[in-house]
Design a protein around this ligand. Structure first.
Ligand code: PMP
Length: 438
């Protein structure tokens, strides 16, 4: 028997490649029909057939406060009545840039002096790299295997997220000379970092790194690794681009950098990229850094970047409302819920006799089907990933929506209350048994 989701998926495949507008949504690695969502509120989403799920996707991160938070929705509605897009500067953009710069601080240390708003995380990282090349006059970029920074040409080599889910080495359509400008090294490997700089140090413009890896499953940096990246890059005249598109304003008011600074790991990235939470569910992302670097962007400097919809007033309104509502209590709530689910998830898998590890980075977490938490991409891939599909489908049948790939973090929101937490906890044992039987 087909339901509305099956009908929509069939119709979608006739007009859209694979029926989706972003690959992981297609359920390629878990199988079955993707749920076409009709609405979402708080911690729950409703699909086209009327099924309601407790959501652990949160739009892949943005819904920090929960879906359709009334104050965020009303800020967007207000903005809409004043005009959808102007292509001219607005007061809101100034406020949002100032708020980002103000929040990303540790005491007097403020790595973000200037902010440019763009529309997607891909644009933010792409611009950050062009800026690093413009600032250093060098071409090479170092990235880590399994890290995902969006889908621009040079960043798809051994990338995480959908590239990992589909087990692709990279992407067709990327010219070899462009791919050759990206040097891919192993994550959490100080020797690899040393070697790449020993061999190419004077040609490297920047190292780009997820503040904590979370697109090959959650893989936290080993203590000191982010600082080592900053120090090594700076010794060689290269920049550190810290990609906080996923972690920024989600794991801590000042992002993963802020979390690490508070824990005593002091390093200074040169450019930081933001996305997801900063746009409160609307298309908005940003990059920020020291004035001397950021002011190399047009119109002041020679590095070109532009966007018809950059700083769109509806997106800015959603971002401003979200960041203003993202108080310390919001992070405390999510941290506590995360700790509780980490324990419940580990407990259920242990009880069912499933070999697993639950990895954490701040309040981000997910399970891997291997005995120890992975430290890099090779380890993340070396797991019984076939156990995830039955686990995922069991959770969904019990009313809990997980990310449709073992390589994605689970996202909580501040709207996950006692009722939702109990529902998730109650679903875990059967899902763990389904994984055990796989
Ligand atoms: N960087 C990181 C760390 C991400 O997780 C993502 C998206 N998941 C991106 C960049 C790309 O952002 P977008 O999908 O908005 O282009």
């Amino acid at each position: 028997m087909t339901d509305r989701n099956d009908d929509l998926f069939a119709a979608a495949r006739a007009v859209t490649p694979g029926g989706v507008n972003s690959p992981v949504r297609a359920y390629g690695s878990v199988g079955g029909t993707p749920r076409f969502l009709a609405s979402a509120s708080g911690a729950r989403v409703t699909d086209a057939a009327g099924n309601v799920y407790v959501d652990l996707v949160a739009s892949w991160g943005p819904a920090l406060l929960g879906h359709a938070h009334p104050e965020v929705v009303s800020a967007v509605q207000d903005a809409a009545t004043r005009g959808l897009s102007f292509g001219a500067p607005t007061e809101g953009e100034v406020e949002l840039a100032a708020l980002i710069a103000e929040r990303v601080r540790f005491g007097e240390v403020r790595p973000v002096e200037r902010v440019r708003l763009v529309s997607t995380g891909t644009e933010a990282t792409m611009t950050a790299i062009r800026l690093a090349r413009g600032a250093t006059g060098r071409d090479l970029l170092v990235k880590f295997a399994g890290h995902y920074h969006g889908h621009s040409d040079g960043l798809l080599a051994q990338a995480g997220s959908g590239v990992a889910t589909m087990a692709l080495p990279g992407s067709a359509g990327v010219p070899a000379p462009i791919a050759a400008q990206t040097l891919v090294i192993g994550y959490n490997d100080p020797d690899a970092l040393d070697t790449v700089f020993a061999e190419h140090g004077d040609r490297i413009a920047a190292v780009i790194v997820e503040a904590s890896a979370a697109n090959m499953g959650v893989v936290a940096p080993v203590p000191g690794f982010n600082k080592l990246i900053a120090d090594t890059a700076h010794e060689h005249g290269a920049l550190m681009i810290l990609d906080e598109v996923l972690t920024g304003f989600r794991v801590h008011p000042a992002g993963f950098w802020g979390l690490q600074a508070a824990a005593g790991e002091d390093y200074l990235p040169d450019i930081i990229t933001f996305g997801k939470v900063v746009g409160g569910g609307m298309p908005l992302a940003a990059l920020g850094g020291r004035a001397e670097i950021m002011d190399l962007l047009a119109p002041l400097g020679p590095v070109y970047q532009a966007g018809t919809l950059s700083g769109n007033p509806l997106s800015v309104a959603a971002g401003l409302a979200t960041l203003r509502l993202a108080t310390t209590e919001v992070y405390e709530t999510i941290d506590a819920a995360s700790a509780r689910l980490v324990a419940a998830l580990g407990g259920a898998l242990t009880e069912a006799g499933v070999v697993h590890s639950v990895a954490k980075a701040g309040n981000l977490f997910n399970a891997s089907f291997r005995a120890s938490a992975p430290r890099d991409y090779a380890e993340a891939q070396a797991q019984d990933s076939f156990r995830y599909a039955p686990f995922f489908h069991s959770m969904r049948e019990q009313g809990v929506a997980l990310p449709p790939s073992v390589f994605e973090a689970w996202f909580l929101t501040a709207a996950h209350g006692e009722e939702e937490m109990r529902l998730i906890e109650a679903a875990l044992p059967a899902a763990a048994r389904a994984a055990a039987d796989a």
